[in-house]
Design a protein around this ligand. Structure first.
Ligand SMILES: [Zn+2]
Length: 396
């Protein structure tokens, strides 16, 4: 159809190019093939061409087929394993990581429900999640360079999600050799994220990139926040009251007296995540936001419901965590009707079992130990310390 002089079934767009004289060595077909050759070393390979070759002479005969390597918008694309092989653990071990860029507005859904391929959210979405094995500003990063340049000129804020390849579902990752990207068709759970930060124009301080998700943040007690308190008194009352009557009393007290409202707020903010709240986000560590009193991901630096920014103190990952005393629900003195709210009762805090070390006692040598939580048990370990050293002479 692209050959000059072809008369049958020429499509509308191709017709305009047919009667052009391209000289001895040119033709539309040739120009099209040339346009597919990456001009620079860091250009992406977007298409692959299969060419029929004469078996005896090795001469090229004609192009046989052409296909897009990746980035297909259509779910009905070619079998991805034809151009991207399953990434083996040995290959994954060699990759610096997996990095995915997404608009910041998608973050609440991603942290709540995991990272999903586009087609699960939109019918025209991509079949795979695309990852680069290098961080956005890494010089080796060919895949994201164009996107980052575009983003830095735009108004929207983007986030970079770093995923631990070893925590992804088994055999879910495929490596596309043509453009060094990693593809995944399965949902990547939040537990596999090892960090999220806002994307700036560079990794330099002036670019103001900020960490917004880090697993260690779970161990930081939120003591302050930046942002407005944004909860209705009804939410406060329903958190700390048991039964309609108690709820109405608390609601009335909140509305008539400020000191009482403050006292109720302190009870509410220390109310642990309820079973109902946790069941909506299974497997995701949560905390109560002091600004809106709703449950939010505890590994985030801000609230996913109201955007209040959290500030606080590190409780120490190795030390046994002390939970604040959980206030009992506010009850109206019991009458004959029994409580019906057993299902939303707060979870009780159980003392975690500890495995202690048996250490020799030496005068003047105190052991410094800490606890390491693993599999529901706190294991004691020795924290190494600098000791006084004395040179040994010939008298010992
Ligand atoms: Zn909030």
């Amino acid at each position: 159809m692209l050959t000059a002089g072809w008369s049958e079934g020429i499509c509308h767009e191709a017709r305009n190019f047919h009667d052009v004289d391209h000289g001895d060595w040119g033709s539309v077909a040739l120009f099209m093939l040339q346009s597919l050759v990456p001009a620079r070393a860091d250009d992406k390979t977007r298409f692959q061409v299969a060419i029929e070759v004469d078996g005896s002479s090795g001469e090229w005969i004609e192009p046989l087929a052409l296909r897009a390597c990746s980035g297909q918008q259509n779910i009905q694309q070619l079998d991805a394993t034809r151009f991207a092989a399953i990434a083996t653990p040995q290959l994954l071990a060699k990759l610096p990581g997996l990095f995915h860029i997404t608009p910041l507005t998608n973050l609440a859904k991603i942290v709540s429900y995991g990272l999903k391929p586009g087609w699960m959210l939109d019918r025209k979405g991509r079949k795979d999640i695309h990852f680069s094995p290098f961080p956005p500003h890494d010089r080796r990063n060919e895949m994201m360079r164009h996107k980052i340049n575009k983003i830095s000129r735009g108004q929207d804020t983007y986030a970079v999600i770093s995923v631990n390849p070893m925590k992804c579902p088994k055999n879910s990752l495929r490596f596309c050799l043509a453009n060094n990207i990693v593809l995944c068709t399965e949902v990547i759970g939040t537990h596999a994220f090892d960090g999220i930060w806002t994307l700036g124009w560079s990794d330099r301080v002036e670019s103001h990139q900020q960490w917004i998700y880090e697993p260690m943040m779970e161990d930081i007690a939120v003591t302050h926040f930046q942002g407005d308190k944004s909860y209705p008194d009804t939410r406060l009352a329903s958190l700390i009251a048991e039964g309609t009557e108690a709820y109405n009393i608390i609601l009335a007290e909140c509305q008539e007296s400020s000191p009482k409202q403050i006292a109720h707020y302190h009870r509410a903010v220390n109310t642990p995540i309820t079973a109902k709240e946790q069941s909506d986000h299974e497997g995701i560590p949560m905390r109560r936001c002091p600004a809106c009193l709703q449950g939010t991901a505890s590994r985030m630096a801000h609230c996913l419901c109201c955007s209040a920014e959290f500030m606080g103190q590190f409780r120490g990952g190795g030390k046994s965590r002390r939970q604040p005393d959980i206030p009992a629900l506010f009850r109206v003195p019991p009458k004959s009707t029994a409580s019906r709210r057993a299902s939303s009762a707060p979870a009780t805090v159980r003392q975690r079992p500890q495995v202690k070390l048996t250490l020799p006692t030496i005068v003047g040598l105190p052991w410094k130990t800490a606890l390491y939580p693993s599999g529901g048990v706190d294991y004691e370990y020795i924290v190494s310390q600098r000791r006084m050293r004395q040179p040994v002479d010939d008298k010992g």
